[in-house]
Design a protein around this ligand. Structure first.
Ligand code: AMP
Ligand code: ZN
Ligand code: ZN
Length: 405
């Protein structure tokens, strides 16, 4: 009796060893996670044990966002390796000479889901699907759009009301699937930290609460992945940081030009201004002169280091506010004191973004320092076994350092 029990135990343990070996030899899944508006120094607040553990087990760095430091342009830069000027998503709101009278805006479902705006380039999930790699997205700007007639195999309509935990559970369900229908590239997106930062500012108790909640959600995901015993490479990023705003630091366009003479495509830390028909000269002369706390440029003459202004979707005049200042056309749509924003120059330290990479592919303990966010793209390509992309805005050097030889 005892002998047969021992024999059984032996058989069982050898079966589970074989099982574990098969699992670790599987193609690892790549999970790209974005925590919108997460500033890298939030990791030093003592409220992110799970994110810090992932950084300690893997590699870390700081992302320099692309200009403009807004959500859609930067999320698209990360998945295309192209800065907004070349990826076609030049703002959260934008116009296009080919679509007169229309405006793309993040909150306008009809426009933001129209492939026209996204199809200048090919995001990584489209490339992956084309080469037979299954993808699934629990949100990412552009992932709900049929770009070049292709969407992720599994995707969800963006809905802020879906809780952090529900988003993570969706991803876990995908990872639990049998291999034939399991995704090898997954995206996951959290908006709560950005929302808390906008409403209450980056130093608020409310933003800290959101940071801790997202940290717990990521921790739960990491735990479940460990239980599944399936190799996974996690890349955690943010799109931009957050800086405090102040009611006393506003620049009012109404004081410079009458509102009928222009279309304010964007206002806030930067303003994108398109003169209305027949008002070019007036608008140019009112804006293109020195102003306190703001510098306006014609798009063709925009500072070269910001890599912006060549795409015909960039408005005729771009005004940049000084750090902490915001440009308004009428009353502010958001509270400014307390409050927070992003959109300023990508040189501003508070606009910097998160980067953590954790999993079997990465050299443990690497600190890559400050890297352009377009450098995440070559990393994704290599993790998915795709050939090096030509003609992106990335150098590929950070990927070289981060990945094990
Ligand atoms: P921002 O105005 O740059 O702060 O944008 C952040 C906001 O973008 C978030 O609070 C979300 O509500 C919204 N957002 C993020 N992803 C999507 C998406 N895929 N579709 C529509 N809206 C989104
Ligand atoms: Zn954002
Ligand atoms: Zn935001």
């Amino acid at each position: 009796m005892l002998r047969s029990l021992l024999l059984w135990l032996l058989i069982l343990s050898s079966v589970s060893t074989v099982h574990a070996q098969t699992r670790t030899s599987e193609n690892p899944v790549t999970i790209l996670i974005s925590i919108d508006g997460f500033r890298p120094d939030y990791l030093e607040r003592g409220i992110t044990p799970h994110l810090n553990a992932l950084a300690a087990e893997g590699a870390r760095g700081v992302l320099k966002p692309s200009f403009p430091t807004k959500t859609f342009p930067n999320h698209y830069a990360i998945v295309t390796g192209l800065r907004p000027d070349r990826n076609g998503i030049v703002g959260n709101s934008m116009i296009d000479p080919e679509r007169p009278g229309q405006m793309f805006s993040l909150g306008d479902a009809q426009q933001s889901r129209d492939p026209f705006w996204w199809s200048q380039v090919e995001p990584i999930w489209v490339t992956a699907e084309k080469s037979g790699i299954r993808t699934a997205t629990a949100f990412w700007p552009g992932s709900e759009v049929a770009i070049q007639n292709s969407r992720p195999h599994d995707w969800l309509r963006f809905d802020q009301a879906i809780s952090n935990a529900q988003r993570v559970d969706t991803v876990i369900d995908w990872l639990r699937r049998p291999e034939a229908i399991r995704p090898r590239l997954v995206t996951l997106y959290f908006d709560a930290v950005d929302t808390g930062g906008h409403r209450f500012g980056p130093e608020s108790a409310e933003v800290n609460k959101a940071i801790a909640e997202v940290d717990a959600a990521v921790g739960h995901l990491a735990e479940e992945i460990a239980k599944l015993e399936r190799p996974a490479n996690l890349i955690l990023v943010s799109d931009h940081g957050m800086a405090a705003t102040d009611e006393a630091k506003t620049i009012q366009l109404d004081a410079l030009i009458e509102r009928q003479s222009y279309i304010a495509v964007e206002t806030g830390p930067y303003a994108a201004i398109e003169p209305a028909a027949g008002t070019d000269r007036r608008v140019h002369s009112a804006l293109l002169k020195p102003h306190p706390h703001m510098a306006c440029h014609e798009r063709e003459k925009f500072p070269v280091h910001l890599h912006y202004g060549q795409n015909p979707r960039v408005a005729a005049i771009i005004c940049l506010a000084d750090p902490g200042w915001v440009i308004l056309s009428g009353p502010s749509p958001y509270p400014l004191s307390p409050g927070g924003a992003h959109g300023w120059s990508n040189d501003m330290p508070e606009m910097r973004a998160l980067f953590i990479a954790s999993g079997p592919a990465f050299t443990k303990g690497t600190n890559i320092g400050l890297i352009d966010n377009v450098e995440v793209y070559p990393l994704l390509r290599r993790l998915l076994g795709q050939p090096e992309a030509k003609n992106t805005d990335a150098t590929g050097k950070p990927a070289e350092i981060l990945l094990k030889k």
